[in-house]
Design a protein around this ligand. Structure first.
Ligand code: DGL
Length: 258
């Protein structure tokens, strides 16, 4: 008997940070990662288009044997997490929400910067997180157009990081929430652009802990495999994995229609 695999998806490489945190906690789980690169970036598409992709990719993962789906993308979580749970009630979904709650505990000056995509700020999820956790605290919501794509392409991200980070710090933030999974890969650059006295919160470890909690009652004889799939070019994806994680992995091409 198997407990089913864990399917993880993002528009591209961003969710690889979540994947590695999940692997660190669940050494024997079978993991399946989909980078929906043919439709990236999600964050600059409308919510309806992102929702459609989230449905299609989740359905693919479920058909391929996933019993838990991790929406390792803030934009897709903002667009579709609630609807995914309604549409696939038998499945467990773990999604991303901007880590405003721990940031409220960390801020000294009462101002929190959130760096995320436009789609994440448009979704109701962000408004509800702020409403639930950020009473009495100022939120500087900063959309970062082009940053996820620059991380994806390996372009010069320094200028973008500096621009967006100095903007939120200049507006008083002493705590910065990484509200897009791609940004984990430039957390150090964000820290150095922010300067001393500013904390940067990456939710990836907390999300992985949530995945481990959801999986804790599942039996199974999983063998610790990881499969890397992309709707884009598998060679390019394999090179991106190597650039970002230091290890080359084979990637497989997959077609996931709407
Ligand atoms: N990694 C995704 C997120 O967390 C979005 C990147 C994109 O715009 O595709 O929002």
């Amino acid at each position: 008997m198997t407990g089913g695999s864990i399917g993880i998806f993002d528009s591209g490489v961003g969710g690889l940070g979540i994947l590695s945190e999940v692997r660190a906690l669940l050494s024997s789980a079978d993991l399946m990662y989909v980078a929906d690169q043919a439709y990236a970036p999600y964050g600059e598409r409308g919510l309806a288009a992102v929702r459609e992709r989230a449905f299609a990719v989740s359905e693919y993962l479920i058909d391929a044997g996933a019993s838990t789906v991790v929406v390792a993308c803030n934009s897709a979580s903002a667009a579709a997490l609630h609807e995914l749970r309604v549409r696939f009630p038998a499945m467990s979904f773990v999604g991303m929400e901007p880590a405003v709650k721990p940031a409220v505990g960390a801020t000294q000056r009462g101002t929190i910067g959130v760096l995320a995509t436009e789609a994440t700020f448009q979704g109701e999820l962000f408004a509800s997180v702020v409403d639930r956790h950020a009473r009495g605290v100022s939120i500087v919501a900063r959309a970062c157009p082009g940053l996820a794509a620059a991380i994806e392409e390996g372009g010069d991200v320094d200028g973008l990081v500096r621009r967006f980070t100095t903007d939120v710090v200049g507006r008083g933030a002493d705590t910065i929430v990484l509200g897009c999974t791609h940004y984990s890969f430039v957390a150090d650059q964000i820290r150095s652009a922010a300067g001393d006295g500013v904390s940067v919160i990456d939710p990836a470890p907390a999300v992985a802990r949530q995945v481990a909690r959801v999986r804790s009652d599942r039996g199974g004889t999983d063998s610790g495999t990881t499969r890397y799939l992309t709707t884009g070019d598998p060679e390019r994806f394999a090179s991106q994995i190597e650039r970002l994680t230091g290890t080359r992995r084979p990637a497989i091409s997959v077609e996931i229609g709407a």
